[in-house]
Write a protein that binds this ligand. Structure first.
Ligand code: ADP
Ligand code: ADP
Length: 231
C-alpha cells in the first residue's frame, strides 16, 4: 500500500546553445494508495518527463517526490521500487521474453530462483505472453513488445506503476483485452498507478481520477465524470 506525493516538481532542460525548456513547472499531486491516475494532455506538455522523474530516470530541477511520506527524490531508480513501461524503455535484445521478465526480478534481488520461473509463468498467463516466452524481442510485433514491457513492470510487484501509453500499439481487440486485464490486475494487486494516455476510453474505464496537463502544469484534476462532463 503506497501513497505517492509530488510537491512542486519541476524540470528545466538546459541544452548548450539553446534556450532552456521548462518542461515541468511545479506539479503538486497526491495519489492515495491503490489509486490509478490518468495523465492526459497534448504532446510536449511534460507527461513523460514527469514519469521519468518519478521513476528516477531523470534528475529533477526542483521539488520533491514522496513515497509513503519518505522522500525518494535523491534515490537511484533501483531503490525506488517502481515498475515502468515506457515506449523507449527497451527490452534486452539478446534475451528471450522469459529471460527479460526474469531479469527484471533478479535486478530487484527479491526472489529465489524457483520463485522466478513461477512468477514468469504467472505473469505471462495474465498478460497473454505464454506463446512467445521463448521468442527474442526483435521477432515480436510492437504490440507484443508493449505487452512484454507491461509484464516486466508488473512482475517486480512495484509499489508504484508508471505506464506511458501502454496500449498504444495494440490493435482494437488486444487493447480491449489488455485494458480489462490491467483493470483486473489493478483491482487484485492495488498498485498506485500513473497512466499516460491519449485514449479517452482508456482513461474513462481505468482511471479513478484524471489530471490534464498543459505547458508543464496540471490544468484540471478530477474524476473522469468531472473532467469529461465539464464544458
Ligand atoms: P509529453 O510526454 O507530454 O509529450 P515531454 O515530457 O516528452 O512531453 O516533453 C516536454 C517538453 O520537454 C517538450 O518541450 C520537449 O521537447 C522537452 N524535452 C523532453 N525531453 C527533453 C530532453 N531530453 N532535452 C531537452 N528537451 C526535452
Ligand atoms: P542496470 O544495469 O543497473 O540494471 P538498467 O538500464 O537495466 O541498468 O536499468 C536501470 C535501473 O532500472 C536498474 O536498477 C533496473 O533494475 C531498473 N529497471 C529495469 N527494468 C525496469 C522496469 N521495467 N521498471 C522499473 N525499473 C526497471
Amino acid at each position: 500500500m503506497t501513497r505517492l506525493e509530488l510537491r512542486e516538481l519541476r524540470k528545466t532542460y538546459r541544452t548548450r546553445g539553446r534556450p532552456p525548456v521548462e518542461a515541468v513547472r511545479g506539479i503538486d499531486l497526491t495519489l492515495r494508495s491503490g489509486e490509478l491516475l490518468g495523465l492526459l494532455g497534448p504532446s510536449g506538455c511534460g507527461k513523460s518527463t514527469t514519469l521519468r522523474m518519478i521513476a528516477g530516470l531523470e534528475a529533477v530541477t526542483g521539488g520533491d517526490i514522496l513515497v509513503d511520506g519518505a522522500s525518494v527524490v535523491r534515490a537511484p531508480a533501483q531503490d525506488r521500487n517502481m515498475g515502468v513501461a515506457f515506449e523507449n524503455y527497451a527490452l534486452y535484445p539478446p534475451l528471450t521474453v522469459a529471460e527479460n521478465l526474469a531479469f527484471g526480478l533478479r535486478a530487484r534481488r527479491r526472489s529465489a530462483r524457483g520463485d522466478v520461473s513461477r512468477k514468469v509463468a504467472e505473469i505471462a498467463e495474465r498478460v497473454g505472453l505464454r506463446e512467445i516466452l521463448d521468442a527474442h524481442p526483435s521477432t515480436l510485433s510492437s504490440g507484443q513488445k508493449q505487452r512484454v514491457s507491461l509484464a516486466r513492470a508488473l512482475i517486480r510487484e512495484p509499489d508504484v506503476l508508471l505506464l506511458d501509453e501502454p496500449l498504444s500499439h495494440l490493435d482494437a481487440a488486444q487493447r480491449d483485452t489488455t485494458r480489462r486485464e490491467l483493470k483486473r490486475i489493478q483491482r487484485d494487486l492495488g498498485h498506485t498507478t500513473i497512466l499516460v494516455t491519449h485514449d479517452q476510453e482508456e482513461a474513462l474505464s481505468l482511471a479513478d481520477r484524471i489530471a490534464v496537463m498543459k505547458d508543464g502544469v496540471i490544468q484540471q484534476l478530477g474524476t473522469p465524470y468531472e473532467i469529461y462532463d465539464s464544458p
